[in-house]
Design a protein around this ligand. Structure first.
Ligand code: NOJ
Length: 761
């Protein structure tokens, strides 16, 4: 599916966000399989400089280039005291988790004292912003606006590169179908198409068009592969995925990252089908290098080579190192195993190839030309926390918010007669949680918490804001609930900010219960019992099971962990300054027992049937359907979808599906037409339906907007029994609507040469 967005269009239609980052994104951007790769660099056989350099290197220096060490911890391995001296002897080729020009400069000085003066690369987890922290990636995906994700990555790259960093371990492109898994915060949700579109956008945002520019970062598509399928949602645990599902669902975002020219790849911690990814030659050789032709660097995850011992696939460190190297891992992050690799003809060959890839990356980054290219103190002080980026963060936070309920049409707020607002709940004043779990540099004191944003903005309008936490965010402690409820009773309006604390989300933060933690449900009940108009806002990092919440509160807004400007963005959304138009990139189940539940699962031989209770795919104690489906999110106006039509001619590619949406309500609002196709019959069981296109629009009252989806033959290919992408002629059911429950509009027959015909149901 090729959808073309132009950034300038999104700037006009959007929230002027791009205006503030214009110096770094100017060109028209294309999304889709036909878009040219932004960067694809590889070692050139006639590169005399790198060949000569390799020839001069000792075995120890080569292994040094393949060794990465941390300046600060993001995992369990201790930091070696002798890091500095080892840099000086060329035993370390790259450093992770260090930032700040001054600190990086000291290390670079040391590297340049080494015999061959090979510069260091500085890597960092720049996941959703550097110091100007943007919303967590799942929120960016909820914007259904890849141009926004690209711009956010561009800002992150600009800031981080000004602080000395040249390589980010992002984007995470793992498909996630299990909301118990803490790392769902980092990805684009459950859909391979969405995942692919966002993977491309983020890679392009980080890398720009030329890695040697001082405001770009090398990106890293991680974690290859199937990491999100960990059993029970337990991070690091085993995944059981068939090759067909791996290829059909989990791999497309990685392939999209390849198309966007991603410079590096990181394998995943877990094992699939008996092989941990760091020793998985199918993933790292057959798929990555041979099928996809990836020329770049593969960096291990943190200590993951040593973990091959715990996986019990290697009996000692040497064997672990050999397995990883021979599988195709180029850089050893934090296991310190590659430096003691046994020297054999096989390892020598593999080491030479890996070293050339690492040196090529350094060359692409411009580090041989100028090792201090990213180390300019003045630039750092001008760029990091540039106030313009905050405005982008505010717009991004608003765009990711999803309205789940507006049963009393409370939003946007009518403030007539409102004198006092009670802002209640443990996530209201929690600036640290607003930043999300995966940020290493963001500071709570830079952050506008929901409470701060509401207080400042409402008080500017002469409305008093009172606050009570009510209960802690994680532990059960109901002692503050009655005071909070009393405050609600005394106020004209209540904004209840509930959700998850940041450290209940992210890496290794898996949950068995995904309702409101601690005493929050009791707080909600006590507050709504006071009968005041109440907006329930969720500051969360994963889909939550909200069955009991939904019944209690008629107004429910998912804000996520929305970054440094959380509070201002929340204000914009509540008063209607920013249209609420995000959509869920992951299914919200009714209960944990339904997991995994994703919209594009298979139908089964016994699908649910009206009036038939037994012997069907279903539960005895719960509906099968989710509470909120993938793609769901309300708008604050009324939107009408025309019946879509095929506007291209039979017998040709692409097939074009068009239609209109009209804002028939009285407010400016956003809507996202989404195209779902369902292959009716084919040789491999098809998903119930599949997202094939979407586009977010802002519409004035009375405005009508045309959407246009372009389907190429490649978009209809699926993984066949022979594990190859294949096309089969046949019928498709077509639905365009506001979420994945959109009703079928028509059927179309497609042949080798494009459209054959259309029939209305
Ligand atoms: C472990 C995580 O799995 C990975 O995503 C991250 O990049 C590294 N730690 C480095 O911090």
């Amino acid at each position: 599916m090729s959808i073309r967005f132009s950034l300038s269009k999104s700037l006009v239609a959007g929230l002027a966000f791009g205006l503030f980052v214009q110096p770094v994104v100017a060109q028209e951007t294309e999304w889709g399989s036909d878009a040219p790769p932004a960067i694809r660099k590889t070692f050139q056989k006639d590169d005399v400089f790198l060949k000569d350099l390799l020839a001069k290197m000792t075995w120890e220096e080569k292994c040094g280039q393949l060794t990465q060490y941390a300046g600060e911890l993001t995992g369990p391995q201790p930091i070696k005291k002798e890091l500095f001296s080892r840099i000086g002897t060329g035993e370390i080729g790259s450093v992770l988790s260090i930032s700040g020009v001054e600190r990086c400069r000291k290390m670079q000085d040391e590297a340049l004292k080494s015999r061959l003066k090979i510069p260091l690369v500085f890597a960092f987890d720049v996941i959703h912003g550097y110091r100007t922290v943007y919303p967590i990636p799942i929120s960016e995906a909820a914007s259904f606006d890849p141009a926004l994700a690209q711009e956010a990555a561009r800002v992150a790259a600009t800031e981080a590169s000004a602080a000395g960093i040249n390589w980010t371990f992002a984007p995470m492109v793992d498909l996630a179908r299990d909301p118990r898994w803490g790392r769902v915060i980092e990805g684009a949700g459950e859909d391979p198409y969405m995942g692919s579109v966002f993977a491309k956008a983020r890679v392009r945002g980080f890398q720009g068009e030329d890695l040697s520019q001082p405001d770009t970062l090398a990106a890293c598509a991680k974690h290859l592969g199937g990491y999100g399928a960990a059993e029970g949602g337990r991070d690091y645990d085993t995944s059981e995925i068939s090759e067909m599902t791996l290829r059909e669902s989990y791999m497309p975002p990685f392939e999209a990252a390849m198309e966007a020219g991603v410079a590096t790849v990181m394998p995943s911690f877990q094992e699939t089908a008996g092989r941990p990814s760091h020793a998985n030659t199918f993933l790292l050789q057959d798929l990555l290098r041979e099928e996809w032709g990836f020329p770049g660097v593969v960096v291990s995850d943190y200590g993951a080579i040593e973990e091959l011992l715990a996986h019990r696939i290697a009996g000692d460190r040497n064997s672990a190192g050999k397995l990883a190297l021979e599988a195709g891992v180029d850089i050893d992050m934090m296991s310190d195993i590659f430096r003691t690799l046994p020297r054999t003809p096989e390892t020598e060959k593999a080491v030479d190839e890996a070293v050339l890839r690492v040196l090529t990356l350094k060359k692409d980054l411009g580090l041989f030309e100028d090792p201090y290219r990213y180390l300019d103190v003045e630039r750092e002080s001008q760029v990091v926390m540039n106030p313009e980026y905050r405005r982008g963060a505010r717009a991004a936070a608003a765009k990711g918010a999803v309205l789940l309920e507006n049963r009393d049409s409370l939003l946007p707020l009518d403030l007539n007669g409102v004198k006092q607002i009670a802002v209640i709940g443990p996530l209201a004043a929690d600036a640290r949680s607003a930043l999300g779990e995966w940020n290493l540099v963001g500071r709570a004191e830079d952050t506008v918490s929901p409470l701060m944003g509401l207080q400042k903005n409402f008080e500017n309008r002469g409305i008093k804001v009172v606050h009570s936490e009510g209960c802690p965010s994680w532990e059960s402690d109901p002692s503050g609930i009655s005071k909070a409820a009393q405050l609600a009773a005394e106020s004209d309006l209540v904004i209840l900010v509930l959700g998850e604390p940041y450290d209940a989300t992210g890496e290794s933060r898996n949950r068995t219960q995904i309702g409101l933690p601690g005493s929050q449900q009791d707080l909600l009940e006590a507050v709504v019992a006071k009968g005041k108009p109440t907006v329930t806002v969720l500051a969360n990092g994963r889909p939550l099971a909200l069955t009991e919440v939904k019944d209690l509160t008629p107004t429910l807004l998912v804000l996520w962990h929305a970054g440094i400007e959380s509070g201002n963005a929340l204000y914009d959304l509540l008063v209607g300054d920013a249209p609420i138009g995000g959509k869920l990139p992951m299914t919200f189940p009714r209960s944990v027992g339904q997991i995994p539940l994703y919209y594009n699962r298979k139908t089964s031989g016994r699908p649910p049937a009206e009036g038939v209770e037994k012997y069907r795919v279903d539960y005895h104690d719960s509906p099968l359907t989710p509470l909120y489906p993938f793609g769901y999110g309300l708008t604050t106006s009324a939107m009408k979808f025309s019946t879509p039509v095929v506007s291209s001619k039979p017998g040709e590619w692409p097939i074009v599906i068009e239609g209109d949406i009209s804002n028939t309500g009285s407010r400016t609002a956003d809507e996202v037409p989404q195209l779902y196709l369902s292959d009716e019959v084919r040789s491999v069981t098809p998903p119930r339906k599949e997202l094939k296109g979407f586009e977010r629009f802002t519409l004035e009252p009375g405005q009508t907007q045309k959407y246009r989806f372009v389907i190429e033959k490649d978009d209809l290919r699926f993984v066949g029994l022979d594990m190859k992408r294949t096309f089969e002629p046949g019928w498709y059911t077509v639905a365009v609507g506001a979420d994945s429950d959109a009703a079928a509009n028509f059927r179309m027959e497609v042949g080798e040469d494009g459209l054959v015909g259309v029939s209305r149901p």
